[in-house]
Design a protein around this ligand. Sequence first.
Ligand SMILES: Nc1ncnc2c1ncn2[C@@H]1O[C@H](COP(=O)(O)OP(=O)(O)O)[C@@H](O)[C@H]1O
Ligand SMILES: [Mg+2]
Length: 453
Amino acid sequence: MPSSVSGSGPFQSSKTRPETAPSRAIPGRFNEDMEGLVFRMHQMLIEELDADQISSMPPDERRRLVEQAAETLLRREVPNAGGITRDQIVGRVVDEVVGLGPIDAMIRDPSVSEVMVNAPGEVYFEREGIIYLSDIQFRDADHVQRIIERIVAPLGRRVDESSPMVDARLPDGSRVNVIIPPVSPKSPTITIRKFRSDKMTIEDLVAASTIEAEMAQFLKACVKLRLNTLISGGTGTGKTTFLNALSAYIPESERIITIEDPTELRLQQPHVVSLEARPPNIDGKGEITQRDLLRNSLRMRPDRIIIGEVRGPEAFDMLNAMNTGHEGSLSTVHANSPRDGLARVENMVMMANLDLPSHAIREQVASALHLIVQLARFTDGVRRVTHVTEITGMEGQIVTMQDLFVFKQIGVDAEGRILGHMTATGLRPSFAEKFTLAGIQLPDSVFLVKTGG
Ligand SMILES: Nc1ncnc2c1ncn2[C@@H]1O[C@H](COP(=O)(O)OP(=O)(O)O)[C@@H](O)[C@H]1O
Ligand SMILES: [Mg+2]
């Protein structure tokens, strides 16, 4: 991965807003900027190419054909355009005709994890946890809208005033959210979370300072011990990545069922059934929720159930499953602290609309869940485990918990990097002896308080 950010790849980035739209003059064309030429060539190609024929071709072939046509056209239009410029122009034209326009190069760049179009001239991207403003410019809101239609049309979805918000997926698995005026008044807006096929392992997470090696050992033991574990964090804090890495510790002999909306996990075990929720179709029919899938999964003889992210009433069925013999379940929840995570789950159970008194729900929570791993993304872009918290029971109306590991921040260095360390709190988990009983060896030092380092 490139260590320097600006100037790498086909698009530029800057942390500050560019004063004017960048305009790259084309040699041999006085004062015609690149994007103007791309637009003109796009129009000409649309007229020259047979749209029906092109759309029925396999993607690679289609790209090659459009590339050839663009090259021929460019030789005619700008005979003396130089090598790099020529390749850039042809690339941009092809992206317009068959790709996702100005953001296509970003989407292909494996070091970019997120692409965010707020407005035609306001395109951000994320690389290694840090958000940058790019110099990418759509021509206008219609241009953004046209790319949106290209994203959703193959999926049989539509975006218009009556349904101004749509979730979609690119062929490579990347997730897309689109929201258009009048709900986002300034401009149609696109948010793309890139799909990464190269999932991080626990070793990668240790190398990325997300977790400390001994804590990882501890969590490995917890997965083996079949503790019900929730991974908590805000959007993009790495919950799904962490869950995926943790799942590697599930023994291969077990039958795993994953439930997601949409699918993101890539488990390495051979015996996995992956289920995916489905939104309603245009007529509002055919929806299959995570809750439907979870209920069905109980009839599929699971050894482990993994719910990619609990968001709604399926929380009720999840707790039930955890409490009735499906131990070792893993899931993630969108929350900013372990305590907040519990409150979220409690609220989601209420969404199941069963009129359960909150005390009864909390008892369910307290007995079902064993462990919460809290993640946060810090200002230096590093995702860190901030808490590993054990749920210990109930005291009166309150679910009790104790932190086993925490991240202690001690400062920020001159480059803005967070200084601190992860440490055990010195509290031994109530299930510590179960490790021994299960024949799982953990070094004693795991639970010792560390100072500095
Ligand atoms: N620990 C990590 N260190 C660096 N990058 C990470 C880490 N965890 C996740 N990422 C990257 O951050 C992005 C969001 O990760 P994801 O697991 O989908 O987050 P969440 O599920 O919390 O929304 C992905 O591009 C992923 O590759
Ligand atoms: Mg996620």
